[in-house]
Design a protein around this ligand. Structure first.
Ligand SMILES: Nc1ncnc2c1ncn2[C@@H]1O[C@H](COP(=O)(O)OP(=O)(O)O)[C@@H](O)[C@H]1O
Ligand SMILES: [Mg+2]
Length: 258
């Protein structure tokens, strides 16, 4: 059974039709890549799955049960974790503290509950190591980590808290080549841990390195939907570059001869 199955899903913001006729399937242990230019509808798609903005057409099933989320909490409770590009981290907060943010381990009951600090540090340290993330000191502020490391901590956190589906919105967009490689490694690690990963990107090279399934959105519609065995990198690059439009443009830009 699919972790997530969208059938003919559409979403309008007032008069703007941001998405229409979307069919998407997310399976455990696979990376589903959603590609598209700016304004294609990628963020809208993940906001529907992560419970931020409900869809207004079609159906969304999570492990076979139809859902229409009215808050991110509802999606999270079903194991759907989202890592946003502008990570919701407090830059001065220690790495371990950030790892447990919103899900702190406590002893005793409110209002006398006390944080189990040593345990949280140990767990955060062990979990990051398990994912192969090496951080000098679990007590250092998260703001001192590189963009790639921050994304990696967020991925490790989702895995530890039992996410079944991990959604990443353009995690490599602001990163250089090497840092992007780091994030792609953790995407592969999450996949190997059995999560269904939804990887949003406009970089077909990044997508092809880790993807099992590719969907390209354009103006809110899917213009390509293929399994890895049915598409090669060249075709993804061409489709993302605009394909026919690019050929047309090259005619227009041709130097005058003679
Ligand atoms: N909250 C919103 N209100 C109105 N229009 C929106 C909103 N969010 C997105 N849109 C519009 O929906 C379309 C798709 O946007 P988005 O999903 O952010 O695309 P992408 O993430 O691929 O760049 C765009 O035309 C955008 O302007
Ligand atoms: Mg976006």
């Amino acid at each position: 059974m699919a972790l997530i199955e969208m059938t003919d899903v559409g979403k309008s913001y007032g008069a703007i039709r941001a998405l229409a006729g979307i069919n998407l399937r997310v399976d455990a242990g696979e990376v589903t890549c959603v590609l598209g230019d700016n304004g294609a509808g990628k963020s809208t798609l993940i906001k529907i799955i992560s419970g931020l903005h409900p869809h207004n057409e079609g159906t969304l099933r999570v492990e076979g049960t139809e859902q229409s989320f009215s808050s991110p909490r509802e999606a999270l409770d079903l194991g759907i974790a989202t890592v946003y590009q502008d990570l919701a981290v407090v830059p001065l907060m220690e790495v371990w503290r950030n790892f447990f943010l919103g899900s702190e381990l406590t002893r005793g009951r409110f209002p006398l509950a006390r944080l189990r600090i040593r345990e949280m540090k140990e767990i955060a340290d062990a979990e990051l190591r398990k994912m192969g993330i090496t951080i000098k000191d679990i007590n250092q502020p998260i703001g001192t980590l590189s963009g790639g490391q921050r994304q990696s901590v967020a991925i490790a956190r989702a895995v530890y808290f039992g996410a079944r589906v991990l959604i990443l919105d353009e995690p490599t967009a602001a990163l250089g080549v090497k840092q992007s490689g780091v994030v792609l490694k953790y995407i592969a690690a999450a996949r190997d841990a059995g999560l269904g990963v939804v990887f949003i990107t406009h970089n077909p090279h990044h997508a092809y390195l880790v993807g099992d399934h590719f969907v390209i959105l354009k103006l809110g519609r899917a213009v390509l939907d293929r399994q890895r065995s049915d598409v090669d990198l060249d075709e993804l690059v061409t489709q993302m570059a605009g394909g026919d439009e690019l050929t047309e443009l090259s005619h227009e830009l041709r130097r005058p001869t003679g």
